[in-house]
Structure formats: C-alpha cells, structure tokens
Design a protein around this ligand. Structure first.
Ligand code: SF4
Ligand code: SF4
Ligand code: SF4
Length: 364
C-alpha cells in the first residue's frame, strides 16, 4: 500500500507486524498506586480460548518474530499462558513475558524448560520495605521467583530467559536505583529499563512525577550515571528515559513494527491506546480514548494493512503530527485535552504521547 503525505510517499509492503503484544488478562493480583487501572473503567477478564487460539495461529502463519505477553493486567493470571508460550516456542516464535514477579516462583521451572526468551519483571524498589510500601505486598515472592529462575537456568546451563527489570521512577523511589547493580548481580539481571511515571491526574503529577521536579531530574541523572559505571563489571545494560519532551519523537510501536491485541481480541496501535484512560502532563489532564482498527477475527493481515491503520502508523512513525507536550499554547488549547483530534486535523492523534518523547517506556 502506498500513501501520499504532501511530498512524502509512504510504501508499506509488510504483511504483518514483527512484534505482537498480547493482553491475555486484564486481571491483576496487585493494586499498585501508580497503575493506569486505578482510573480506568476496566472490565477484569481473561482472553477466551478461541481468541487466544486465533491470535497464536495467525502470528505463526504470518511469520511474526516476537510475541510479548503484557497489557493492563498480569499475564500469569491466565491459566493457559504456559500452553500458549509452549506453542509459540515450538513454532519458532521469540517470547517475552512482562510480569510483576509475584507468581514467578511457581512457573520459573517451566519458563526455563520452554525456552522463554525474556522475562521482564516490573518493580519500583529493590529494598523490601520500600517495595511493600509501593506495591502493598511483600517482596519475598518476587525474590523467591528470581532466585528460582536463576537456579533453574544454572541447572540447565541455559542463558534463557534473559531477565529485564522495568522500573517506573518517581520522586519517592529515585534513590532506590542505587541498589540496582547489587540486585542485578544477585539475580543475573541483564537489563534495567527506567521509565518515567505516566501520572493519571494533575495531583499525582505534582506529588509523584519525577520529570516535573528539576531536583528529582538532577538526582535521577546522577544516580543513572553512578550505576552505569557498574555495567561492565556486573554485566547489565541500562535504558534511560528522557526527562523532558524531546524534539525528535519516535513512536516505539511504529518503529518496532508492533501491534497490540487486547483481551477482547480488538487490535490497537499500542498499549497506551488500548483502553480508555487519562493522564496528566504539565498539569493538563488529558482523556485517552481507546483506539482500535479491527478484530483478530477480521484477520491480522487485513487489519494491519487496512488503509486507516497504515496511515495512522505512517503518521506516528514519521511524527506527522503537532507536538503538544512542548507547545506554548497547550494551556489554552481545547483539542489537546484528548487524543481524538489535534490542531492539524488528525483524528485520532498521538500529538501528546509521552512514549514518543521517550519520557515513558513500554515493555516491548
Ligand atoms: S502489577 Fe502492574 S498491572 Fe498490576 S496493579 Fe501493579 S502496575 Fe498495575
Ligand atoms: S505515538 Fe504513542 S500513542 Fe501513538 S501509537 Fe505510538 S506509542 Fe501509541
Ligand atoms: S493541538 Fe496544537 S495548538 Fe493544541 S497544544 Fe497541541 S500542538 Fe499546541
């Protein structure tokens, strides 16, 4: 398919995405204070077997390279998660699972046995006391899970799964990052991904967001520099977020050729636009309306190649949209209050996406 934008001609010959993110569950066994779920009218459910079957079959037949199990819930709450993983691995697909880690111990053996490529563990503290304050549960189960994963990997002399930690930084946990090198060494963690919080309300932004507090940003930069010194001796890499809107935007989903299949089988462009929610930046509260381009039963290839989705991806990939996060008019502008339209006439729009500015980072 080719599309013309002014003097740009965009040709998309891909039959399917390279990465498919599957949301098998919108249930979670935790209730973290920073979670999107708290302000969203999210129906808690599991992906039904027929839909899961269809997603897996289509991923395999279309040659999808990587599947990531994540979403607005905890994937391990789905009873068929490991069957799905097994099938994908047997059919040659790379698999990553994003988890809060609290159920890891019970599945660690199988994750190693099945050859899962990556386990992304979300945590916002490395100290057990701080962890419990933020997540409301003891850290013991996460530690037990990581120990089990390490032990099973060693027993099988396997380098998989690679362990990644995804850390949402706030004003209250920035200093926790200092403990990461020891944590990485203890559990053989290969990578630390630091993301800024996506605050749901203006008061949450004022109280918690690190990016809106210059002193916190300075502390974060110092801490990240400090821990980066251990990268070579402790064998890990660090992905650091941008702390302010950046000139060069980059949609992580469009650039990774990724799509998101929601718990009900509807296909969204990314995790951020997968459910109705809201978020605040610079004290402007914005409403996010769910965006979908079709259902998995319409055929992933048909949806991926539909004109609306190709055009949306091209605009996101080439940043053919205004940028609201650094716009001087933002406090006087009505279109910026939702993702339904922008001042250039795009409907819908990604003009205020914190992920494209590198402020927030999603597990992909
Ligand atoms: S573990 Fe993740 S999905 Fe569950 S409540 Fe916490 S942030 Fe939300
Ligand atoms: S620019 Fe942001 S909102 Fe738009 S598709 Fe990419 S990640 Fe999603
Ligand atoms: S929609 Fe346009 S005018 Fe309004 S804040 Fe965004 S870039 Fe600025």
């Amino acid at each position: 398919m080719s599309l013309t934008f002014a003097s740009w001609i965009v040709v998309d010959r891909s039959r399917a995405p390279r990465t498919v993110v599957i949301e098998v569950s919108t249930r979670c066994n935790l209730s973290c204070r920073h979670c999107f779920r708290r302000f969203s009218r999210l129906e808690e459910r599991l992906m039904d077997s027929a839909t899961l079957r269809e997603v897996i079959d289509q991923c395999v037949s279309l040659g999808v390279e990587r599947v990531v199990f994540t979403g607005w819930g905890e994937p391990t709450t789905h009873p068929r998660l490991l069957d799905a993983v097994q099938e994908l691995k047997e059919r040659g697909v790379e698999v990553a699972i994003n988890t809060n880690g609290t159920t890891l111990e019970s599945v660690a053996d199988e994750l190693v046995e099945l050859g899962v490529d990556e386990v992304i563990v979300s945590l916002e503290a490395f100290d057990p006391g701080r962890y419990e304050e933020i997540r409301g549960v003891s850290m013991d189960r996460v530690v037990g899970g990581l120990e089990a994963l390490k032990a099973f990997r060693e027993a099988r002399s396997s380098r998989r799964p690679r362990i990644v930690t995804h850390f949402v930084v706030t004003r209250s946990n920035v200093d926790e990052l200092r403990s990461f090198p020891d944590f990485a060494k203890r559990f053989a963690v290969s990578k630390l991904v630091v993301s800024h919080l996506v605050p749901l309300t203006a008061s949450m932004e004022r109280e918690l967001a690190c990016f809106s507090d210059p002193a916190c940003v300075e502390r974060l930069e110092r801490v990240l520099e400090e821990i980066s010194k251990y990268m070579f001796s402790h064998y890990f890499e660090v992905y650091t977020p941008s702390s302010r809107p950046r000139i060069e935007r980059r949609c992580p989903y469009a650039w990774a050729s990724a799509t998101f299949v929601g718990v009900d089988g509807y296909i969204s462009p990314c995790i951020f636009y997968a459910h109705d929610t809201r978020y605040s930046f610079d004290s402007i509260e914005r409403t996010i309306k769910r965006i979908t381009f079709g259902h998995i039963s319409d055929g992933l290839e048909n949806v991926w190649r539909s004109r609306d989705y190709v055009e949306f991806r091209a605009r996101a990939a080439l940043s053919l949209m205004p940028s609201c996060l650094d716009c001087k008019l933002a406090h006087y502008c009505e279109p910026t209050l939702s993702n339904e339209r922008d001042c250039w006439g795009n409907t819908p729009t990604c003009s205020h996406c914190p992920f494209s500015h590198g402020l927030a980072v999603c597990p992909l």
